[in-house]
Design a protein around this ligand. Structure first.
Ligand code: 5RP
Length: 232
């Protein structure tokens, strides 16, 4: 078994634990990425066995996956009453603050997280870091107009802002925006940084999720760990 395969098995095991928190009748936020995919597939199995839920997907990819596997979706945009959202993350710090957006779905993910009563984050153990920014750049969704100038403004906060590309083309989010990956290094005060970045014209949303995690489920080679935010 190779390392990537091992990690995928840990993501799957953690996702299976997360879906135990889903009960009949719930409205469930469905995250995006390889870990969230395991949660969606696990929920689909429970739906086939009779569980009644409705999902709010955080990307077209997740919507398609859920639909294909028989999960009913809420497709309207009026106020949702999401009981629980289950999603992955790119980094998790000891206070359970996150960097998200590796898959480019951070805007919908944050809207769904904000609308959910509980946010369950599912990761493999490699995503836990002593401080955010140490292994992953911070994705920032920006409007295409003037993105170069927005990038310079972001760099006044620190680090280097790199326009995300995929297969040589500029990566576009589902909302048609660009992503600037800000290579800042260690982020000591994520809440302050989030406020600072949100004040820059052109910034739509940042991949910092501060104080939003209700529960963290980690797949480790020694089993599953469940963590609550400090002070909860
Ligand atoms: C997508 C995300 C994902 O949750 C994050 O990138 C983790 O992905 P994976 O579970 O594939 O490691 O934020 O925008």
């Amino acid at each position: 078994m190779n390392a990537a395969h091992d990690l995928d098995a840990l993501k799957r095991a953690a996702a299976r634990k997360a879906i135990e928190f889903v009960r009949d009748g719930m409205i469930v936020g469905l995250g995006t990425g390889s870990t969230a995919t395991h949660a969606v597939l696990g929920l689909a199995e429970r739906v086939k066995a009779g569980l009644k839920i409705r999902g709010v997907p955080t990307s077209r990819e997740t919507a398609e996956l859920a639909r294909r596997h028989g999960i009913d979706l809420i497709e309207t945009d009026d106020a949702w009453s999401i009981d629980v959202a289950i999603d992955g993350a790119d980094e998790v710090d000891p206070r359970l603050n996150l960097i998200k957006g590796g898959g480019g779905a951070l805007l919908k993910e944050k809207i769904v997280a904000a609308a959910a009563r509980r946010l369950i984050i599912v990761v493999d153990h490699t995503k836990r870091v002593p401080a955010l920014g140490t292994t992953f750049p911070l994705p920032i969704e920006v409007v295409p107009f003037g993105w170069g100038s927005t990038a310079r403004q972001l760099e006044t906060v620190g680090g280097r802002a790199v326009l995300r590309r995929r297969n040589g083309e500029i990566f576009r989010t589902e909302a048609g925006h660009y992503i600037l990956d800000l290579h800042l290094g260690r982020i000591d005060r994520p809440a302050e940084l989030e406020t600072q970045l949100n004040l820059i014209p052109g910034v739509v949303e940042t991949g910092l999720f501060v104080g939003r995690t209700s529960l963290l489920i980690v797949g480790t080679p020694n089993g599953i760990e469940v963590h609550h935010p400090p002070g909860a």
